[in-house]
Design a protein around this ligand. Structure first.
Ligand code: 5AD
Ligand code: SF4
Length: 452
């Protein structure tokens, strides 16, 4: 914790949280919003400048820090034009990694708060209003959740962070440094939060964790359980209809979780399981501790219990030393798995990670070319997966209105976006026949509303 003096400003009346990066940041952003609202600060109306802006940053790839400085510059400029001085908070993983430097370099920033300390945001806002700038990048174990207000209004689909942090230390990744060691939130806290979310209208929960399948805890009978046990307990909530989880690590996959996919109806047939590369040499250099073959065998076990499961993955091209032949092993793995969806990235050296100082850094144009080839293959499989869904009738959970009057957008069990028309409402679960496929969405026809 650091304290520096600045000119006093007034207490903010409105706020806006801008979250970048992963779904956990989205969750953290929502919770920071709830915390500020509990303090009487309201969301800034659309199109209006907020008195307090929280930049909830991501540090995982590319020029993250420069982006934060340019966002700060833009906020200061638009404040000057409007004759105001916004209070700026920097949160998230860039705050954790570079907090002190941000404070020193950007006097417009009133506070820096790390991902494990944002329960203190309310106090820090009060301090900043009184002219005291503050930095809090402490990592107390699991303290923030107990200190946050209860969940209130939510959409039809909500995130629930069940696990945080990472002990895997993949050699390219900053997460173990910015999010800290693996921790699992206690079972009873999670059930309570899930109940609140469902009461507030959530019909689907996505359980979040950097290594979500490493979650472990004790149920109300004192029995040690894993993520599958938690999923089974949540599935007993009558008004909760769908459960998803992300992101998993191949090494933490358990027999129980695989079995749950065959047995728990509310657990959606979708698995996001990053592989990163199809080359065993690259995987070893990444410290992934799985091979292409062990990964493929794992997927086979999921497919055996849930043949329609949609698979998704993360990929990095251009890891230091990656040869053309090794990259082609990634392409071969992609063709073998036939992913329904995927996220692919160019390797980005992260300060302080082992890979950043490895020999054989790959030229940017080689990375560009490999990424294009990989994405062409991934897009081909995604389109093929969507096309193979045409003719099926499935349940769609309505998440929002579409662009045209009477049009709705929802998600299929396989996490595909589905557009259709009908007399429906947000949060409805409806039966839709999938009639036309595009690369990123499907058109459907409403068959019937699912009885609640
Ligand atoms: N460069 C590029 N991609 C990265 N990821 C993590 N670190 C890096 C990096 N340094 C990707 C991985 C991970 C996803 C969340 O981001 O694919 O699974
Ligand atoms: Fe990063 Fe690897 Fe941990 Fe995922 S498992 S958060 S890629 S260190």
């Amino acid at each position: 914790m650091g304290r520096l003096l600045m000119k006093p400003t007034t207490t903010p009346k409105t706020y806006r949280v801008k979250s970048f990066g992963c779904q956990m940041n989205v969750y953290d952003g929502e919770r920071m919003g709830e915390l500020l609202e509990a303090q009487g600060i309201t969301p800034a109306p659309e199109g209006e400048d907020a008195d307090l802006v929280v930049l909830n940053t991501c540090h995982i790839r590319e020029k993250a820090t420069e982006k934060v400085y340019s966002d700060i510059g833009r906020l200061v400029k638009s404040g000057e034009e409007a004759g105001k001085k916004p209070m700026i908070a920097v949160a998230g993983c860039v705050a954790q990694a570079e907090g002190e430097e941000i404070m020193a370099r950007a006097p417009a920033v009133g506070m820096v708060v790390g991902p494990q300390a944002y329960h203190r945001l309310g106090d820090m806002v009060k301090d900043a209003a009184a002219g005291r700038r503050g930095t809090d990048t402490d990592m107390p174990e699991d303290a923030k959740f107990a200190a946050l207000p209860a969940r209130r209004k939510v959409a039809a689909t909500a995130f629930l962070t069940v696990q945080e942090g990472c002990d895997k230390f993949c050699t390219y990744c900053v997460v173990p440094y910015t999010r800290g060691a693996e921790i699992s939130r206690p079972y009873s806290d999670l059930l309570r939060e899930a109940e609140k979310l469902v009461e507030a209208g959530a019909r689907e929960l996505t359980l979040l964790g950097q290594n979500v399948n490493a979650w472990s805890g004790e149920n109300d009978k004192g029995r040690a359980i894993g993520l599958d046990g938690l999923i089974r307990a949540l599935a007993a909530l009558p008004d909760l209809h769908r459960i998803r989880y992300t992101t998993s690590h191949p090494n933490d996959m358990t027999e129980g979780l695989i079995a749950a996919h065959g047995e728990v109806e509310k657990l959606m047939p979708y698995l996001h399981l990053p592989v990163q590369s199809g080359s065993d040499r690259v995987l070893k250099a990444m410290n992934r501790s799985h091979t292409a073959e062990s990964y493929l065998k794992l997927l086979d076990r999921f497919r055996a219990v849930r043949p329609d499961i949609a698979l998704s993955g993360d990929f990095i091209v251009g890891f230091p030393g990656e040869t053309e032949a090794e990259f082609e092993e990634t392409l071969a793995l992609v063709d073998e798995v036939k992913y329904a969806a995927a996220f692919s990235f160019k390797y980005s050296p992260r300060p302080g990670t082992p890979a950043a100082s490895m020999d054989g850094q790959i030229a940017p144009q080689v990375m560009d070319e490999r990424l294009q080839r990989l994405q062409a293959a991934l897009n081909r499989h995604q389109l093929a997966f969507n096309e193979a869904s045409v003719g099926k009738t499935c349940t769609v959970l309505i998440e929002r209105k579409g662009k045209h009057p009477g049009q709705w957008l929802g998600k299929s069990p396989w996490l595909q976006s589905v557009f259709f028309e009908g007399d429906c409402a947000m949060g409805d679960l409806v039966e839709v026949e999938l009639v036309q496929a595009g690369p990123n969405s499907l058109a459907g026809q409403l068959v019937t509303k699912v009885p609640a």
